[in-house]
Design a protein around this ligand. Structure first.
Ligand code: TRP
Ligand code: SF4
Length: 328
């Protein structure tokens, strides 16, 4: 069976953009492939090294989100990067063969150095971010890596490192991993831009019903609907973009016609959206509450998952040490 691997940096609670764009995809994949999903806490450390305590807190919330939406530790291996030290060893060995210019020309690196304020990213570890990512992927000889387009340069670098390794040591140790791009359109946030924590326009998966309501009711709508009797254009309204994801056919056409003909008000329209989002979130919140009551469950699951992951990574490392002449 083909192997799938993907990771996420722990950045706190996840939002509906993560749910629609990433987690639903992972959920489908866990039934079709041998999947490894992990928390990239060392990657978070490349930029949060001065404040590592925020990482610890984020791990638990993020994994609770994964589990509550149906990522299943019986189907996929769910683990914590720092509990599998083989990633660090492979990172070290790959760093020996990775030419510096490959890292220096990495577009993500150059962009972050320019854009990120308030942190000094001119470190060895941050430059090596993609080498660590290559180690994550190659330690499991992953065939497929579900990622967003922003991560394509990192995967290409992984493929180049794999090729170089195989060539230098004369053995096809690593298969070249392929990207699995998610086609789901970007979920709009509360302001109509892409839903993203950095825009403060998110609905969290774990937001309680009153919070969801409080966020949606004041949302901007179609600029043409100044008064109730003004007809609107749903295609210019972020509320409607969310309807497209969360409302069923009949309600969609009711809202669409009502908006164009000025037959419904924006508040009525938003109430329908709120109802549908809450219907979607209800089972997720139930599971999340259940899990939260079982204290220490995330830690325990990550420990077990990391042991399973380690078995696979250990086997790869034996082969790597062998071809590199590191065995006594
Ligand atoms: N860099 C990825 C991100 O920011 C996270 C990540 C780390 C990852 N290691 C990985 C993704 C390995 C896929 C495979 O989203
Ligand atoms: Fe947007 Fe709905 Fe108002 Fe139309 S009725 S402008 S779709 S919120």
């Amino acid at each position: 069976m083909k192997r799938v691997l993907s990771g996420m940096r722990p950045s706190g609670k996840l939002h509906l953009g993560h749910l629609e764009g990433v987690l639903k995809n992972w959920k489908r994949l866990q039934g079709e492939y041998k999947c490894f999903f992990f928390v990239a806490d060392w990657h978070a450390l490349t930029s949060e090294y001065a404040n590592p305590s925020v990482i610890r807190e984020s791990v638990e919330e993020m994994v609770l989100d994964w589990l509550s939406v149906g990522i299943d530790p019986e189907k996929a291996v769910i683990f914590l990067q720092s509990m599998v030290p083989e990633h660090a060893e492979l990172h070290l060995l790959l760093s020996m063969i990775t030419p510096l210019p490959w890292l220096e020309r990495n577009p993500t690196y150059k962009e972050q150095l320019r854009e990120v304020k308030g942190r000094d990213l001119s470190t060895y570890g941050f430059l090596g971010y993609p080498v660590l990512q290559a180690a994550d992927i190659l330690a499991y000889k992953a065939d497929l890596v579900p990622i967003g387009v922003d991560q394509l340069p990192h995967l290409e670098l992984t493929r180049e490192i794999a090729r170089r390794f195989n060539y230098l040591y004369g053995k096809e140790v690593f298969p070249e991993p392929q990207p699995l791009l998610t086609e789901t359109p970007k979920l709009p946030g509360l302001d109509g831009r892409k839903m993203s924590k950095s825009y403060s326009n998110v609905i969290l998966i774990s937001d309680p019903p009153e919070e969801v309501r409080k966020k949606i009711l004041p949302m901007v709508t179609c600029p043409h609907r100044v008064r109730r009797k003004d007809p609107g254009h749903p295609e210019h309204c972020p509320v409607y973009s969310l309807h497209l994801v969360y409302s069923r056919k009949e309600e969609l056409s009711h809202v669409e016609k009502g908006c164009r003909g000025a037959e419904i008000g924006c508040i009525d329209c938003k109430e329908i959206l709120i109802k549908n989002i809450l219907e979607n979130l209800e089972p997720i919140h139930e599971r999340r509450d259940d899990l939260k009551e079982q204290r220490g469950i995330v830690r325990e699951l990550l420990k077990q998952g990391s042991e399973r992951a380690r078995k696979v990574a250990t086997k790869t490392m034996e082969e790597v040490r062998e071809v590199m002449g590191l065995t006594l």
